[in-house]
Design a protein around this ligand. Structure first.
Ligand SMILES: [Zn+2]
Length: 458
């Protein structure tokens, strides 16, 4: 007797090359059987009729920024993890770009105790470790501090972190010695070094070269984070070629990318300091104001200057990435789909709530740039492997017998991201049901249980 049977869905499981109408029997949180004929009412406690729906492994978001956990209050602010669940994501990797919220060990233990909307794994975040010893992000640290940071990192990796993440753009004082010393620790553990590169746009070439060099010299597996927002300003073709050449020479270099060609930040922030038009090769009309009296309007020089001067806190969207270059990145076989979702006080870029449905709609359904199997692979088994889940014995990202029953049921006719810059957390259409460990977390767009997720350690 199964706990649940999912009958007659179209199963897409790229890890196992399964691509046909099948029925799944779930037992004790795992896939227990796949059958070409549906299970009858007596075979399972609950039967889910999935005819006409896609049945795919729960999505894995390998690059996002997790909700905060406050150890003193023993509480999470749950915003983004909820948005993740609603778009079909069942496991995430947080702690990216060098940014963490507390000790990963404490976060994961609290996740186990309280339960979260999705399963979560964490990187050891470089900037968090560094700020224990140094307050100036612009200044290098001493060899003694680097040695201490390496010991801290070693401990976090031994505790199950995915690898080390850097936001080199945000910590310009990170020296070559510091980067390489920490890379050696990750390499010793066979884990990833994920990096928001030191610079973007016209300066991305040197920034990626730095990452290729560390991969080569320290034999560390490197993940180049959110490549679209780093290089889709006229540099993508050359960057992909540089990375491919390095891979051909034996290095292990991966990429991830979010499926949007715009970013969003406060109009008063450094991103919009003088020189940004040249940096991104755009005009004022590429900037959209998100609040105040010009809300929804594209800028002129006058509007931009006025809003930046009078209300610097207002968010502005920069429609700056070249879409064909974002496409080029996402089509690349080593590129994994990831949201880079991040929220401040529950607000932010729609990628936090729309990336995965948008990828299916915009890349598979409407433009046919990717096949369904290929797209699902970029959201499931490829991130599972890249993050080291499979080697660590975590049965994520696939639906073979014995795998975790993290499953999404999708109405492909209906699939659509509704989150936009005006309504960044709007849940998508077409995610019919989401199961974590065989239990229903989302049904018909409604969250039924947001405590099924646990900490993941590799
Ligand atoms: Zn980043």
């Amino acid at each position: 007797m199964f706990d649940t049977a999912i009958n007659n869905g179209f199963v897409v499981d790229p890890a196992n090359n399964i691509y046909s109408r099948l029925s799944l029997g779930l037992k004790d949180g795992r896939v227990a059987a796949l059958s070409a004929t549906p299970f009858d009412a007596g075979a399972a406690v609950e039967i889910i009729a999935a005819a006409g729906l896609l049945v795919v492994p729960g999505f894995i978001d390998m690059h996002m920024h997790e909700d905060r956990y406050d150890p003193a209050a023993n509480s999470f602010d749950i915003n983004i993890l909820d948005a993740m669940l609603r778009m079909g994501v069942t496991s995430v990797a947080g702690g990216n770009c060098g940014i963490g919220t507390c000790l990963p060990r404490e976060y994961l233990a609290a996740a186990d105790r309280q339960g979260l909307p999705v399963n979560i794994a964490l990187y050891a975040a470089h900037a968090e470790i560094r700020k224990r010893y140094a307050s100036d992000n612009y200044a290098p640290v001493s060899s003694e501090v680097i040695a201490q940071m390496a010991r801290d990192l070693d401990e976090q990796l031994a505790g199950g972190c995915l690898g080390v993440s850097f936001g080199l753009r945000y910590v310009p004082g990170t020296s070559r010695e510091e980067l390489h010393a920490l890379a050696r620790v990750a390499a010793r553990h066979g884990k990833l070094l994920a990096a928001h590169a030191r610079d973007d746009a016209a300066h991305i070439h040197e920034a990626v070269r730095e990452l290729i060099d560390v991969a080569a010299e320290e034999r560390v597996r490197v993940q180049v984070s959110h490549i679209g927002s780093m290089a889709a300003y006229g540099q993508m073709e050359e960057i992909l070629a540089a990375l491919d050449a390095a891979v051909a020479a034996g290095l292990d270099l991966g990429l991830d990318c979010y499926p949007y060609n715009a970013f969003c930040t406060a109009i008063g922030s450094a991103t919009y300091d003088p020189g940004f038009l040249e940096r991104y090769d755009i005009g004022y009309e590429a900037v959209e104001v998100c609040g105040g009296k010009y809300r929804g309007q594209r800028c002129t020089r006058e509007i931009f200057d006025e809003v930046r001067r009078d209300t610097p806190e207002i968010l502005a969207v920069a429609h700056v990435m070249k879409e064909h270059e974002v496409d080029m990145a996402l089509v690349h076989p080593r590129t994994i789909l990831a949201s880079d979702g991040i929220l401040f006080n529950g607000l932010g870029h729609p990628r936090a709530a729309g990336s995965f449905p948008r990828f299916l709609r915009h890349y598979v359904k409407e433009r046919g740039i990717l096949g369904l199997n290929e797209a699902v692979a970029k959201m499931t088994c490829l991130p599972a492997r890249r993050l080291g889940f499979i080697e660590a014995g975590l049965k994520k990202g696939s639906l073979g017998v014995g795998d975790d029953a993290d499953i999404v049921l999708i109405d492909f006719e209906e699939i659509r991201d509704l989150a936009d810059f005006a309504e960044p957390l709007a849940p998508p259409l077409g995610i019919r049901q989401v199961l974590l460990g065989g239990r229903t977390a989302v049904k018909q767009g409604k969250v039924k249980d947001n405590r099924l997720g646990r900490g993941l350690r590799v």
